[in-house]
Design a protein around this ligand. Structure first.
Ligand code: FAQ
Length: 317
C-alpha cells in the first residue's frame, strides 16, 4: 500500500473516532507531534513541582502541608505517566530528560513565575490547575489511546488540586484584611500568566490546525482560554476578589466575557527562556537529576540482578 493510501485510511479511522494504538501504523508527523506535545506536557508536570515545592516546609498548618505534599507527589506521577506515554511512540526517556536539562525542550511558561507568598499556592491550585483541567479534559478524548487513557486519571487528580487551591483562596478571602490583600495580590500576579498557558492565539498557533484535523486537540487555544475566563469570573466574584482586567465585560451577544489584550511579548520572552525563574528552574532540575543518580543506579542494578537470576533459573530448568 502506498503512503498516500495508508494516510487516507489513518484519517478515516480518526474521523470515525477509532483510537490509534501504539503498534499501529501512523504518519511520521503524527508521531512527532505527539512526542513533542506529550513530552512538553511531562516536563511541565515535573518542573511544575518546583514553584509549589518551595512552600512545603512553610505551609501554615499540618493539614495544608499534607494536602500540598500529596499534590506535588501527584504531579511527579503525572510526569511519569506522560513520559511512559511518549515511550510508547518510540521516544527514549533519557533523551527527553536530557532535552529538558539542557534547556532545549519547552515546558509550560507558567512555571517560570515565582511563588512569593502562601496565597500563591491557592492561586496556582485555583487558576493554574483550573486552566490545566480545561485543556486536559479535552485531551481525555485525544485520538492517541495511551495519551487519552493517561489523561483520565490525571484529570481526576487535577480536579482535587483545583479544589484545594480554591479552598485556600476562600479561607484567605474570608480572613483578615491582610489575608484578603494577599489573595488579591496573588490573583493580580497569576491571572495573565494563567491565560497565557493556553498558548498563542489561534492566528499565531503553528500546530493547532493540523492537530485538530488529527483530533489530537479537540478545541483551539482561544476556545479553551475563553471557556476558562467564562468559568473563572463567577468564582472570583464568589471570593470577593477583582480580576485585574478593566476590559473584562459580559457580552450578551456572544454569550462570553470580553477581555483585555494579552501581553504576547511577555509570553514569548518567557518561552524563550527569559522569564523571572527560567534559569532557576533548570538549575533545580539538574540538581534533582544529579541527586537522584544513586536511585537510578540502584534500581538498574536490582533489575539486572533479577534478570540474571531469571536467566539462571531457565538454564537450570
Ligand atoms: N508555554 O501551535 P501551538 C499543568 C509553544 S500541565 C510554553 O499552540 P500546541 C499541570 C508550543 O509548544 C501544563 N510553550 O502549540 C500542573 C509550540 O512550540 P514548539 C501544560 C508554549 O502544542 C498544574 C509553540 O508554542 N499542559 O499545568 C505554551 O498545538 C499545577 C506554538 O504553540 C500541557 O502541556 C506555553 N504555555 O498547543 C502541574 C497540555 N503554549 O513545540 C503543576 C498538553 C504554546 O513548536 C502545578 N499540551 N507553547 O516549539 C497542549 O495541549 C498543547 O501543547 C498546548 C499548545 C495547548 C500547550
Amino acid at each position: 500500500m502506498s503512503t498516500h493510501d495508508l494516510e487516507q485510511i489513518f484519517q478515516e479511522r480518526i474521523d470515525a473516532e477509532i483510537k490509534i494504538e501504539a503498534k499501529e501504523w501512523m504518519p511520521d508527523a503524527y508521531r512527532k507531534t505527539l512526542i513533542r506535545q506529550i513530552s512538553q506536557h511531562a516536563h511541565s508536570e515535573i518542573v511544575g513541582m518546583l514553584p509549589e515545592g518551595n512552600w512545603i516546609t512553610r505551609a501554615p498548618s499540618l493539614r495544608r502541608k499534607v494536602a500540598l505534599l500529596a499534590k506535588v507527589q501527584d504531579e511527579a506521577g503525572h510526569g511519569l505517566y506522560l513520559y511512559s506515554a511518549a515511550e510508547t511512540l518510540g521516544a527514549e526517556r533519557d533523551d527527553l530528560i536530557e532535552q529538558l536539562l539542557t534547556g532545549k525542550a519547552k515546558y509550560s511558561s507558567i512555571f517560570n513565575y515565582p511563588t512569593v507568598s502562601w496565597a500563591d499556592i491557592g492561586a496556582i491550585g485555583w487558576l493554574v490547575d483550573g486552566a490545566a483541567i480545561m485543556n486536559q479534559v479535552m485531551l481525555t478524548r485525544t485520538s492517541y489511546g495511551p495519551y487519552a487513557r493517561a489523561m483520565v486519571r490525571i484529570c481526576k487528580e487535577e480536579s482535587f488540586h483545583q479544589r484545594q487551591g480554591y479552598e485556600i483562596m476562600l479561607a484567605l478571602s474570608n480572613g483578615t484584611e491582610a489575608q484578603k490583600n494577599m489573595a488579591q495580590d496573588a490573583l493580580n500576579r497569576w491571572w495573565w500568566p494563567s491565560l497565557m498557558m493556553f498558548g498563542p492565539s489561534d492566528k499565531e498557533s503553528s500546530h493547532t490546525e493540523q492537530s485538530m484535523r488529527w483530533k489530537i486537540k479537540r478545541k483551539s487555544n482561544d476556545e479553551l482560554r475563553q471557556q476558562f475566563i467564562n468559568q473563572t469570573v463567577g468564582q472570583a466574584d464568589f471570593l470577593g476578589l477583582t480580576i485585574p482586567d478593566p476590559d473584562l465585560k459580559w457580552n450578551e451577544a456572544t454569550g462570553n466575557y470580553d477581555f483585555g489584550a494579552i501581553d504576547w511579548e511577555e509570553f514569548w520572552n518567557v518561552v524563550k527562556g527569559n522569564g523571572p525563574c527560567n534559569k532557576e528552574r533548570i538549575r533545580a532540575s539538574i540538581k534533582a537529576h544529579e541527586d537522584g543518580a544513586w536511585v537510578r543506579e540502584a534500581a538498574l542494578a536490582h533489575a539486572e540482578k533479577r534478570s540474571a537470576r531469571a536467566a539462571q533459573k531457565t538454564q537450570v530448568a
